[in-house]
Design a binder for this molecule. Structure first.
Ligand code: MCA
Ligand code: AMP
Length: 514
């Protein structure tokens, strides 16, 4: 039966003995073996009574098996909901209940803590560890690999990806089969991926970048991936000579450049490095070219929209720009107040329309209406201008968002936890420059009374509530928060005053005449 995403990404490889996943030791998993594995998981889903449209929430370490669960979900029409491995039990509770997941798959180490979460949400709980073992794999091993595919229409949901919101509550972005498929086709074509490509894959697979951009493009082209559990600098340096492409967040590139072992000759076989998820400094782009001769191709996207713009493959890849709208994707700059389109050169917000743009937020029609216009344009909240060569330059954000090492943190969510702590009157959370993560989180606290707030106790509560990457790297007590005449907290004042907290740069000193 027709299932456009499965038919394009997976079905063509069912009988292939070409390499798909290669581990750090060089062991190869062929396409055929991978799809056999996925078929067994699909058979397990059938046994459990999962039906097309049901949600499967997965919080598991990166492994071929975890990726096979994505394939099995597409095959069976089950909506795939991957979750950051850093999320705490408190965070997971929301995702599982909000999505109404019927199946929750987690690491065995978390199964006890998540048992109650699954039960309360009426979800079945199965386990999968970092080696791909656990109750689900045991169950699947006894079954014959299924070749049945669920019939799906292009608009049917394939994935639900939660993105944090400015109001603090995460929203599930509904991605249809065609949202994923159209972007995979466009990027494969634009970036000239072929079956000869070997992509060094060190990104997590619970986000758009590692799952849809990197994996879907490889699947579409029939190429292979050196599939690493995480970004391990030494491993990446050792394996680069075997790869032809790598996709990364800016932190990958700054970490490589900071290591003297990373030399240009390691990249001789490489044909493409791409960067996204956070701004790549022009300085990093230039240093990378000086070291390797490669110009990193920067592209820009969002969970809700997949990829929106890209620098050209052939043609000028310009540092400090995110390139031009992808073929078939419209992007424009509008006035945030009026929504009117602005002329080139003026700063406004990026709006985007095309087959890549999501179907709305899961069970949040009002939020959807706020961000997705009736005419199909999605308001990204990113501030940019179009330069005289038609390239988009992102200059800031019209949303209170921090991006640390490619992960998004909405200050509101952290402030809510800080505000709830004893001895805290109010708080403000901002992002400041960080040499490794680009930006990092700093929390400012105003005490309730005369007593100093107990920062260690507060940090412990934050750790209980929020994933590690959201934790303030520093908590600072202030007598009061800077406010404007309207009483609004001036986060820009805090950002400026503490801009050099982690960069080691000294604040400029007044010039001396002596
Ligand atoms: C890990 N830690 C972090 C981060 N990652 N803290 C802040 N921000 C982070 N991004 C924590 C660790 O838990 C650890 O905590 C400490 O920081 C140092 O960890 P380290 O070993 O240095 O980190 P790592 O494990 O090497 O990870 C850094 C990383 C990773 C490689 C940059 O965060 C990463 O792979 N990021 C990619 C994110 C991504 O794929 N984003 C795409 C989103 P402790 O101090 O307790 O030990 S999709 C998207 O944005 C759109 C669609 C797009 O355009 O792509
Ligand atoms: P997410 O919600 O995780 O999908 O993150 C999307 C956000 O990441 C965008 O709205 C941008 O703010 C940011 N982003 C992605 N790619 C780039 C890029 N190349 N340059 C600057 N920001 C980027």
């Amino acid at each position: 039966m027709a299932n456009p995403l499965y038919d394009a990404l997976f079905a063509p490889h069912a009988a292939s003995d070409a390499p798909f996943l290669i581990d750090a030791e060089g062991s190869i998993l062929t396409y055929g073996a991978f799809l056999q594995m996925a078929g067994r998981y699909a058979a397990a889903f059938h046994r459990m009574g999962l039906a097309p449209g049901d949600r499967l929430a997965l919080q598991a370490e990166k492994s071929p098996e975890a990726l096979a669960l994505y394939a099995a979900a597409v095959q069976t029409g089950v909506v795939f909901l991957p979750l950051n491995t850093g999320y705490t039990v408190a965070e997971l509770e929301y995702f599982v209940s909000n999505s109404g997941a019927r199946l929750l798959i987690c690491d065995p180490a978390k199964s006890e803590a998540l048992g109650a979460v699954a039960e309360a949400a009426g979800a079945r709980l199965e386990t999968l560890d970092a080696r791909g073992q656990g109750s689900l794999t045991d169950r699947a091993a006894t079954l014959k690999s299924s070749t049945e595919t669920a019939a799906r229409a292009p608009d049917d949901l394939a994935a639900l990806l939660y993105t944090s919101g400015t109001t603090g509550r995460s929203k599930g972005a509904m991605m249809s089969q065609d949202n994923l498929l159209s972007n995979a086709r466009t990027l494969t074509d634009l970036w000239q991926f072929t079956a000869e490509d070997v992509l060094l894959h060190a990104l997590p697979i619970f986000h758009t970048h590692g799952l849809f951009v990197a994996s879907n493009v490889t699947l579409m082209a029939g190429g292979s991936m050196i599939f690493l559990p995480r970004f391990d600098l030494d491993q990446v340096i050792a394996l680069l000579p075997q790869a032809t492409t790598m996709m990364g967040v800016p932190t990958f590139y700054t970490r490589l450049l900071d290591d003297d072992c990373f030399t240009g000759d390691l990249t001789a076989r490489m044909r493409l490095f791409t960067s996204g998820s956070a701004p790549l400094l022009a300085e990093t782009h230039n240093r990378f070219e000086a070291r390797t001769g490669h110009r990193i191709l920067e592209r820009y996207g969002m969970t809700e929209t997949n990829m929106i713009t890209s620098n050209p493959y052939d043609g000028a890849r310009r540092a400090g720009t995110v390139g031009v709208p992808l073929p078939g994707v419209e992007a424009k700059i509008t006035d945030p107040e009026t929504g009117e389109t602005l002329p080139d050169g003026e700063i406004g917000q990026i709006e985007v329309r095309g087959p890549n743009v999501f179907q709305g937020y899961w069970q949040m029609p009002e939020k959807t209406r706020e961000e997705l216009r009736e005419d199909g344009f999605f308001i990204t909240g990113d501030l940019a201008l179009v330069d005289d060569q038609g390239y988009f330059q992102i200059v800031g954000r019209n949303k209170d968002l921090i991006i640390s090492g490619g992960y998004n943190i909405y200050p509101k969510e952290v402030e809510a936890v800080l505000d709830a702590q004893p001895g805290v009157k109010e708080s403000a959370v901002v992002g400041v420059a960080h040499p490794d993560f680009g930006e990092t989180v700093v929390g400012f606290i105003v005490a309730e009374g005369a007593a100093e707030p107990e920062l260690d106790a507060i940090a412990a509560e934050v750790a209980e509530a929020l994933a590690r990457f959201k934790h303030p790297r520093k908590l600072i007590v202030l007598p009061e928060l800077p406010r404007n005449t309207m009483g609004k907290v001036q986060k820009n004042v805090l950002r400026e005053e503490y801009a050099d907290l982690f960069t080691g740069r000294e604040a400029p000193r007044p010039q001396s005449n002596g």
